[in-house]
Design a protein around this ligand. Structure first.
Ligand code: ATP
Ligand code: F1X
Length: 307
């Protein structure tokens, strides 16, 4: 079984405007509310790939009810921990004529000690052979060791884990050997406080993640494709040409494609190919990609071995 953990889910309020003018009244051409959060997006793509997952996380308040209603139509298996405070709303503004995406993400609700404990109790059902995908930011007042605590528990129970978060919370979990980590190139540069001047710089820094314990490092680079660094080799996936509609969730889609395929095949190259297809297919969709789109995009991606 795959579990996804979205500690800080959201309603993604996705607005299209022709041009965005700050300090002025702007009007949308279209707007849509989507059930968001990184682990939720991962579960949605896994569903498209006909792979079962259970989505865990904290959901609360009136916005939490709305979030759950929005999610209903996607038929995901969920087991959320109910909290008192409101699930956040994240605003995504796509300015079509400027070809620019602006995001404003909320901090998320305060979570009490009891709510946290009740979430942790749910992990008892995770067992041997399961994979737990932890993705996204932590809500207010949840200590940055939260993911590390979870990783310790699930490793003790025989499960693998994948982590997609930033900063120290990510670095702390590396000695516990995550199956894969997926920073984007900017997050990777921030992690090691460096500036990249070449692709080799990116590879060298991704390798540090392996040196610290990760089994695979995926570095997503938006319209420049992605790199996969394994113990022995480095691979690159191209980003196919297409009309970018809303790239929110492209990275989550990549993780879902990679992990879902890896669980079936144990083949990192095939997993990378499917992951890249899922990522680009989502960038070319208004919402998270659907299966047909992923299959179409897959044909336009090739994986090359760099070393
Ligand atoms: N403009 C694009 N054209 C083609 N493919 C894209 C584009 N943007 C993203 N992708 C694909 O999706 C993958 C993940 O995208 P990106 O690097 O933006 O992830 P991210 O920053 O983690 O995104 P998010 O946090 O919104 O999920 C890229 O490596 C690439 O394969
Ligand atoms: O604030 P976080 O948790 O880092 O990211 C949250 C978020 O931007 O990530 C998803 C896209 O990857 C969106 O659905 C959601 O709004």
């Amino acid at each position: 079984m795959i579990y996804t953990i979205t500690a800080n889910p959201s309603i993604d309020y996705v607005l299209q405007v022709d041009t965005l003018a700050t300090g002025k009244v702007n009007r949308t051409t279209t707007d849509v509310k989507l059930p968001g959060g990184k682990g939720i997006n991962v579960s949605r793509i896994l569903n498209e790939l006909q792979l079962d997952s259970t989505a865990l996380g904290f959901v609360g308040g009136a916005t939490g009810s709305m979030f759950e209603n929005l999610l209903k139509q996607h038929n995901l298996k969920t087991s959320f921990t109910k909290v008192t405070n409101d699930t956040r709303i994240n605003v995504k503004i796509n300015a079509t004529k400027q070809n620019e995406e602006t995001e404003i993400n909320g901090t998320g609700p305060e979570i009490s000690a009891e709510e946290k404990q009740s979430f942790l109790n749910q992990l008892k059902s995770v067992g041997n052979g399961d994979v737990v995908i932890m993705a996204g930011s932590l809500p207010q007042q949840v200590e940055t060791t939260f993911y590390l605590d979870i990783a310790k528990v699930i490793k003790d129970q025989g499960a693998d884990f994948v982590i997609d978060t930033t900063g120290q919370a990510l670095l702390d979990t590396l000695p516990l050997n995550p199956l894969v980590v997926k920073p984007n190139n900017h997050e990777l540069a921030d992690l090691f406080n460096v500036t990249f001047n070449s692709e080799q710089d990116i590879v060298d820094n991704a390798r540090k993640l392996l040196d610290q314990g990760a089994k695979h490092a995926l570095v997503s680079m938006a319209g420049d494709g992605a790199l996969l660094v394994t113990k022995d080799h480095v691979y690159k996936a191209n980003a196919p040409k297409g009309q970018v509609i809303n790239s929110v969730g492209a990275g989550d889609s990549m993780i879902a494609g990679f992990v879902g395929t890896f669980m079936k095949t144990k083949d990192p190259i095939e997993s990378f190919h499917e992951g890249a297809a899922c990522g680009s297919a989502t960038a070319f969709s208004q919402d998270i990609a659907v299966k047909n789109k992923i299959d179409d995009v897959y044909k336009n991606i090739s994986i090359s071995q760099l070393s």
